[in-house]
Ligand binder design. Structure first.
Ligand code: SF4
Length: 189
């Protein structure tokens, strides 16, 4: 037995790739930018409060776009504000991610028909990786969306682009109706 083998046999050894370590480090220290646009932002703030304790996932808001890797668009994006959202997005370093939270940000929400001043989806001005539905989505839904972003980061790698990772993520999507049916069946049994 060589010197190296002797050392290895006495300790636990972790074998992985640089890709995996890098992705694990990135997904375990997500820094969303701390800004909100309307009522959805109140749910976002609640998610960061002690009841839900986002820090246990390594997610902690930052006050500057220059140190943030995730933008949570929480609330109504008016035409006037859209310009600021784009400026903030451009100030973020790569790799950066965007989560759209709530109907307003996803598609204009209740302002779809008559809100001439509201953008019908923030994805018209910046690329969105994960959409969280609801008006407003509860903190649990936002946490679910954040976990999707973490899953996306885990899938990305030297050989896999963001687009390919997003496609794989969509294939893994949960069928909400199926989950409900299963829960009902389990409750009856
Ligand atoms: S989706 Fe609903 S809760 Fe969220 S900002 Fe729009 S109106 Fe407010």
């Amino acid at each position: 037995m060589g010197l190296l083998d002797a050392k290895v046999s006495n300790r636990n050894v972790l074998v992985t790739s640089v890709d995996n370590v890098m992705n694990w480090a990135r997904l375990s220290s997500l820094w969303p930018m701390g800004f909100g646009l309307a009522c959805c932002a109140i749910e976002m703030m609640a998610t960061n409060a002690s009841n839900y304790d986002l820090e246990r996932f390594g997610i902690f808001p930052r006050s500057s776009p220059r140190q943030s890797d995730l933008m949570i668009v929480a609330g109504t994006v008016t035409m006037k504000m859209a310009e600021r959202v784009v400026t903030l997005y451009e100030q973020m370093p790569e790799p950066r991610y965007v989560l759209s939270m709530g109907s307003c940000s996803n598609c204009g929400g209740p302002y779809w028909d008559h809100g001439y001043h509201v953008l019908k989806g923030v994805d018209r001005v910046i690329p969105v990786d994960v959409y969280v539905p609801g008006c407003p989505p509860r903190p649990e839904a936002l946490i679910g969306g954040l976990m999707k972003i973490q899953e996306l980061i885990r899938m990305e790698g030297l050989g896999i682009s963001r687009e390919e990772a997003l496609k794989k993520l969509a294939e893994k999507s949960v069928d909400a109706q199926q989950v409900l049916d299963q829960t009902r069946k389990a409750a009856i049994a």
